[in-house]
Design a binder for this molecule. Structure first.
Ligand code: TXA
Ligand code: MG
Length: 319
């Protein structure tokens, strides 16, 4: 028998009372509410200032809970769930009619995932309902990977940030939908594309806003710092173009050895996993330093590098 911590007990109480709780996952922190509480779900949208056309991900404790939520699980979805849950993958499947329209933005599909974090898995096991949880950041801003990030955004709006430490993967889940039972990627994320393809074969990516009405969350400007951000192959030559400015740089592994720059190296040992886990924290950090520009280095286009480039690219659009 597991002992339920005081923090988890408090979260159970708040969520049962239709309040919101920020929850840790291995990807990013989520802003969670009972999927069957209209009050809680409306308050997720208003707290985040998120438009209602952007549907939410439903978090469940294990693959067994899929039954009550979806009507059809394609064979390849079963293979993916067996390979990656609990973990950083969200499946978009045909929804059961008991799933409220406000969760799915009126679509006939619902996004579901089993997160891989011991605190949140325990919480989900104790609750008699699943949790809707978008990333716990205001719409369009950098996602939170530490409790302090969530507190900075929502200190006055929510009663509890359930502390699960820093997120180990650090970028959002990979989202996979199905067309005629064949998988398609709607959002690159914390799983490397190659690992997914090892399970289901070659898979198409459809994550650009203009061709992807299926994933309305994939807006070009997303995950964006307030500071003007550039994504380049060669940081040093971009730095020259901004002479006289306060510059933050975000190299993958090699220092620029220039003390006039504010520098955060994402992974000195060249690990893409470490770089992904530090990406948002580093952007939060640079963004807080009142710099004129942030210059990030483009990653090699494979493995998690592809997902990191996707997020950095979206961070470069300014309003
Ligand atoms: O890692 C994650 O997925 C985190 C943690 C908290 O689990 N959650 C997260 O949620 O990133 P959010 O709301 O920031 O992103 C959810 C994405 C949106 O882009 C949304 O458009 C897409 O999921 N989505 C949700 N339901 C969908 C559906 N039925 N069809 C297609 N896309 C859907
Ligand atoms: Mg988000």
């Amino acid at each position: 028998m597991s002992i339920i911590s005081k923090d988890i007990q408090k979260a159970i109480q708040l969520l049962t009372n239709e309040e919101l709780v920020a929850i840790p996952t291995e990807t990013v922190y989520g802003l969670a509410g009972n999927i069957f509480s209209e009050k809680a779900i409306k308050s997720i949208f208003s707290t985040k200032k998120r438009p209602f056309f952007n549907p939410l991900i439903v978090h469940i404790p294990s693959v067994d809970s899929l039954d009550g939520i979806v009507t059809h699980v394609p064979e390849k979805a079963k293979l993916l769930a067996a390979a990656f849950w609990p973990g950083s993958m969200t499946l978009v499947l045909k929804k059961n009619k008991n799933i409220p329209d406000i969760i799915t933005a009126g679509k006939d599909t619902v996004a579901v995932r089993v997160p891989n974090h011991p605190v949140t898995l325990e919480l989900l096991r104790q609750l008699p309902f699943p949790l809707a949880a978008p990333s716990a950041n205001p719409f369009g801003s950098i996602s939170p990977t530490k409790p302090t990030h969530v507190e900075r955004y929502f200190k006055n709006d929510i009663q509890q940030v359930l502390d699960g430490g820093a997120c180990t993967n650090g970028i959002e889940s990979t989202i996979i939908g199905f067309i005629d039972d064949e998988p398609i990627i709607y959002r690159l994320g914390a799983l490397a594309l190659e690992d997914i393809e090892a399970v289901v074969g070659t898979i198409n990516i459809k994550n650009k806003e203009e061709i992807s009405p299926d994933a309305p969350g994939m807006l070009a400007r997303h995950y964006a710092p307030a500071t003007r951000t550039f994504l380049v192959d060669d940081i040093a030559s971009e730095v020259k173009k901004h002479e006289g400015k306060k510059i933050g740089v975000l190299p993958f592994k090699n220092s620029l050895n220039d003390v006039s720059l504010t520098e955060i190296i994402l992974s000195e040992k060249g690990s893409m996993h470490e770089a992904a886990s530090k990406l948002y924290d580093s952007l939060h950090e640079l963004d807080s330093k009142k710099l004129d520009v942030i210059i990030a280095e483009r990653f090699p286009e494979f493995g998690l590098g592809k997902s990191i480039n996707d997020r950095l690219q979206r961070a470069t659009f300014s309003l």
